[in-house]
Design a protein around this ligand. Structure first.
Ligand SMILES: *[C@@H]1O[C@H](CO)[C@@H](O)[C@H](O)[C@H]1NC(C)=O
Ligand SMILES: *[C@@H]1O[C@H](CO)[C@@H](O)[C@H](O)[C@H]1NC(C)=O
Ligand SMILES: *[C@@H]1O[C@H](CO)[C@@H](O)[C@H](O)[C@H]1NC(C)=O
Length: 328
């Protein structure tokens, strides 16, 4: 069945699936009004096909708060062995300015103008999937949009006087705002992840506050900080757990975590442990902990075994139970 026949058979239907001439993963429909975001008109298509011009890149256009480009391969993108299809893609261009873990979710519709029916044929993901652009996926489209045979068949109306029009719409979907309210909670794991921080030559530390290296526990990177003389108190050791590089996380991030901090007893006594009721870490409060973890007098008394060979050992166990924003 040629494409033109299928068109006539179904022309009264509002929407139909065009399996015979198009790749099966496309949803094909029709629309009267122009694509809202970009149109690419080609005045002499035959020149492009004869020239085997591999790729036409549109200029950059803005849609849904981002910059995009339409990439057309008049003879296919090379994935197609016999170069018998047109390939069409949209790429996101402003990724440099995106925050780490950026993620843009849109509905993409491609258009090809039909000069006979005076409408556009539209091409979308057959399952209505939204397209998520992220660091590892900056372009999306169809390797086999239309076969060149169908495209050049004059009765189909795509090529008229050797000119044709392609278009695209990139529509933001409200999922992005929904994500703000999206919360993933997991049951408290039975085993927490532990990080051990060893501070040598503790008595020689002169800084008011010292930081551990960044460490990854669960899905997050953390760091510990400690005030050897207390956070302004000078009576108690202060220890805090903080989110590492919080400034690089996207706006609105929140992490719900439970944690335990221990100062290890290296002698025969027992460790000092403090644990939180569950708490949120967010942009405003990226560090939580205990200003009065333990009295400095208790720590400094060598008999107690918390400082052995002038070494202090701090352990932390963290379990992340919830996250707002799927940023990892
Ligand atoms: C066909 O294209 C040529 C060159 O672009 C133009 O001069 C001519 O007017 C066009 N003919 C019609 C019928 O549109
Ligand atoms: C240190 O103490 C001050 C005053 O109580 C408090 O505002 C601050 O958050 C504490 N530092 C940390 C890292 O929590
Ligand atoms: C996050 O915190 C920084 C520094 O405190 C502040 O400049 C920024 O406005 C905050 N962002 C949000 C979204 O609250």
């Amino acid at each position: 069945m040629t494409m033109v026949n299928v068109f006539y058979v179904y022309k009264s239907m509002y929407m139909f699936l065009f399996k015979s001439c198009f790749a099966a993963d496309m949803f094909i429909s029709k629309r009267k009004h122009d694509p809202a975001h970009y149109m690419l008109k080609i005045e002499s298509f035959s020149f492009l096909s004869e020239d085997h011009t591999s790729k036409i890149e549109s200029d950059i256009f803005e849609a849904s708060g981002h910059k995009w480009r339409l990439d057309l391969y008049p003879n296919g993108n090379g994935e197609d062995d016999d170069c018998s299809h047109i390939s069409l893609y949209v790429g996101i261009c402003n990724t440099d300015s995106c925050l780490q873990g950026w993620d843009v979710c849109v509905d993409v519709t491609f258009f090809v103008y039909d000069h006979i029916q005076h409408n556009f044929v539209t091409f979308q993901d057959v399952n209505g999937h939204r397209t998520r652009f992220h660091g590892k996926k900056t372009t999306w489209g169809f390797d086999k949009l239309i076969s060149l045979e169908s495209f050049t068949e004059s009765k189909n109306g795509y090529l008229f006087n050797d000119s044709c029009v392609f278009g695209v719409e990139v529509t933001a979907v409200p999922e992005f705002t929904k994500m703000d309210r999206w919360l993933s909670m997991t049951k408290l794991p039975t085993t927490m992840n532990t990080y051990t921080w060893t501070i040598n030559k503790f008595s020689a530390v002169t800084e008011e506050r010292v930081y551990s290296e960044a460490f990854k526990l669960g899905k997050m990177k953390w760091k510990l900080s400690l005030y050897p003389k207390g956070n302004k108190s000078y009576t108690h050791l202060s220890i805090y757990l903080g989110v590492h590089d919080a400034a690089l996380l996207p706006d609105g991030w929140k992490v719900y975590a439970k944690y335990k901090i221990r100062v290890k007893c290296q002698g025969t006594g027992s460790d000092i442990q403090r644990e939180t009721t569950n708490g949120w870490f967010d942009n405003a409060t990226d560090s939580w902990g205990f200003s009065s973890f333990m009295p400095l007098s208790q720590l400094m008394d060598f008999e107690n075994g918390f400082l052995l060979d002038d070494t202090l050992i701090v352990e932390v166990e963290v379990s992340v139970m919830g996250m707002l924003r799927n940023f990892i």
